[in-house]
Design a protein around this ligand. Structure first.
Ligand SMILES: [Zn+2]
Length: 151
């Protein structure tokens, strides 16, 4: 079911299980996480940096910029978070999505060129992975390779 509201929770690191209707914000890792507001259960990761998102605190509410477009999920949901309210945006056509993705990729590259790539998001997700599990091992290996290749 589509949600109409979300509330912020300020955390050091991400919890293993995300609750619906909560956006977890880690200033330390400059990343926010939430479950897709359409109710599909996908985890949405929004890095908090100039190439990603920013949020504004106002009393107990948060406003995220820009809008959150989950193009890579089957639901392709698109919404804004304005003072804890989910404002549903119109779905985009495949062509519009391709344009946005290309723009995002350019912005990201620009940002990476500007300063060293932030490892915060990787680190946050890495810490969350259960130790000793196969998943964790693969995850760490993947992160290691990613880190290596991006150098
Ligand atoms: Zn969804």
């Amino acid at each position: 079911m589509r949600q109409q509201r979300i509330r912020p929770e300020f955390v050091e690191s991400a919890p293993r299980q995300l609750s619906e209707g909560v956006i977890y914000i880690s200033d330390r890792f400059r990343t926010a996480l939430h479950k897709c507001c359409c109710g599909c259960g996908q985890e949405v990761v929004t890095p908090l940096n100039p190439a990603g998102w920013s949020y504004q605190r106002e009393g107990g509410t948060v406003t995220f910029k820009p809008s959150i477009g989950n193009w890579s999920f089957p639901c392709k949901s698109h919404y804004l978070i304005v003072r804890n309210e989910i404002v549903w945006a119109r779905g985009m056509t495949d062509r519009q999505i391709a344009t946005v993705k290309a723009r995002d990729a350019r912005d990201k590259q620009k940002y990476i060129n500007q300063c060293n790539k932030s490892k915060s998001t990787d680190e946050l997700l890495l810490r969350r992975a259960a130790p000793n599990s196969e998943h964790s091992l693969l995850f760490r290996l993947g992160a290691l390779l990613n880190g290596w290749w991006s150098k």
